[in-house]
Design a protein around this ligand. Sequence first.
Ligand SMILES: NC(=O)c1ccc[n+]([C@@H]2O[C@H](COP(=O)([O-])OP(=O)(O)OC[C@H]3O[C@@H](n4cnc5c(N)ncnc54)[C@H](O)[C@@H]3O)[C@@H](O)[C@H]2O)c1
Ligand SMILES: O=C(O)C[C@H](O)C(=O)O
Ligand SMILES: [Mg+2]
Length: 622
Amino acid sequence: MAAASISRSLLRRSRCGGGEHHLLLLARGFVTAECHRPVVLHKRGSDILHDPWFNRGTGFSMTERDRLGLRGLLPPNVVSSQQQIDRFMLDMQRLQKYARDGPSDTYPLAKWRILNRLHDRNETMYYKVLIDNIEEHAPIVYTPTVGLVCQNYSGLFRRPRGMYFSAEDRGEMMSMVYNWPADQVDMIVVTDGSRILGLGDLGVHGIGIAIGKLDLYVAAAGINPQRVLPVMIDVGTNNEKLLKDPLYLGLQEHRLEGEEYVAIIDEFMEAVFARWPNVIVQFEDFQSKWAFRLLQRYRKTYRMFNDDVQGTAGVAIAGLLGAVRAQGRPMLDFPKQKIVVAGAGSAGIGVVNAASRTMARMLGNNEVAFESARSQFWIVDAHGLITEERTNIDPDARPFARRKSELGHQGLSEGASLVEVVKKVKPDVILGLSAVGGLFSKEVLEALKDSSSSRPAIFAMSNPTKNAECTPEEAFSILGEKIIFASGSPFSDVDLGNGKIGHSNQGNNMYLFPGIGLGTLLSGARVISDGMLQAAAERLASYMKEEEVLEGIVYPPISRIRDITKEVAAAVVKEAVAEDLAEGYRDMDARELARLSEEETVEYVQQNMWSPVYPTIVYKKD
Ligand SMILES: NC(=O)c1ccc[n+]([C@@H]2O[C@H](COP(=O)([O-])OP(=O)(O)OC[C@H]3O[C@@H](n4cnc5c(N)ncnc54)[C@H](O)[C@@H]3O)[C@@H](O)[C@H]2O)c1
Ligand SMILES: O=C(O)C[C@H](O)C(=O)O
Ligand SMILES: [Mg+2]
């Protein structure tokens, strides 16, 4: 065989097979095979990931990631090129199967892919499309489709977005943060993927929720998209399916717990605040036990908040106040409302904590007021009504456990079922944050017919859509047109016949978190106080006009989200100033901020909101 043909055949095998043949070629004195010649690069970090010639995505080894400044810019699992191809093929096959068998998920996922591609190639245009069509696209980039995206992330993953810190990165985070290309970051949304919406532990694939939340920060709050950073902290997963899935993108080990876990989150917080001292960190979709603990650990020292605990609480309070007004009563009647809450996780307990504080404030803010406020809530979790008699009661739920002395005359006992509680209490409101779809069954809704309210309110706040405790159709058909209905994920209004519409509100923390973040940024407050959160909730509540509320509309339509966010942010700025927390932002120092009237504060916020227009670009040599 001629030397040239040996060389060609060996080269072919070398390409498919790897090192052995290459060594053989070298030993025989042949030239270095093309694919084994080192490539000299004049770029690092994300520039490599954006260059299709050099990008290998999840195929970069750990040493390459270190050498090339890529650490943290990719999901932690290093995969072989064959696994990359398997993942790609699986995604293609899934598309074919869906096209043939036609499940309803195909359409929103296809829309997500199209939007995602646009996001990757032209951010300005992406956000223009998103803002101008927010009603159509929020359900795609945000709940409910974002949940589906996280569930299918190994197939959908194309180009990384955001940063990944894993248990393997201990001791490295302080330097890794410098791999992120932006010198300024205003907003971080971080998750550990342990409770994504109501879908449970999705591990590293939960990064989708951080990306979706930040899309709303840009679209609703006008945070500059160059200054947002989605973050996934991968400490493993307890999802057995993902632990066995060869195409999973994260660490395939059980979640770290206890002090080891806390040390990783501490290291992450120290690293991001060291590089970006003015950043605001939103904690998102952490399982309850960590959500509360981390909030208490960091809220006094860092600019941070937990959206599920605090954002949700504010949105619920605004809706609950709306439900009082819808009865034709003043908001000050709120402390008389009897509220049954299904779900005692981060969201449920967050709502009860904040709503009872609001009631107590209205009643005079003393011990008697707190006691009276507490007694307006009945919390039902997976084990039924929570009472003092429960053993192993969750410390966060303990203050709201029904007292033994109250149980007898209410005819209720420890562990009473939701329907029993609704029958006995005759509440004004039932509020679901249980992640159990259909929990507000026909029986529960029938029981609510005896509510002491003239307009009983149903808040089926769990996400995504299939986890809603009931649908608006179910609620309106059983309880009639008078009710107030809100859900976490969007539903259409219900045609009640005779030209009447049953209004379906979206009670989602998206109405608050963008304004909380923006207001904190523009005030320069060093921490996010309860007062700032309360001001945000009250502004949302007062945003709705009397006639809207009387029609059963307690939250604005999403088409007004930019306007409401501006108002919420202004309220947060004002409160930060009033509490002497504001340190100013850019040219606006604290003294000048304090001089702004309410209208001027709104104007100041408006002027600092980014809009998707192409700026003039000029070239400057480095
Ligand atoms: N609309 C919003 O803005 C919003 C905000 C935050 C969370 N959520 C949703 O709320 C849900 C819960 O979130 P979380 O962080 O509190 O979750 P979690 O897992 O911490 O809590 C769930 C709670 O529901 C309880 N539960 C389970 N089965 C029940 C049953 N049959 N009856 C009564 N209670 C039951 C559990 O005991 C637990 O207390 C999720 O679906 C999430 O998407 C919505
Ligand atoms: O993400 C949402 O849509 C709301 C909330 O943060 C949730 O966890 O469900
Ligand atoms: Mg959440």
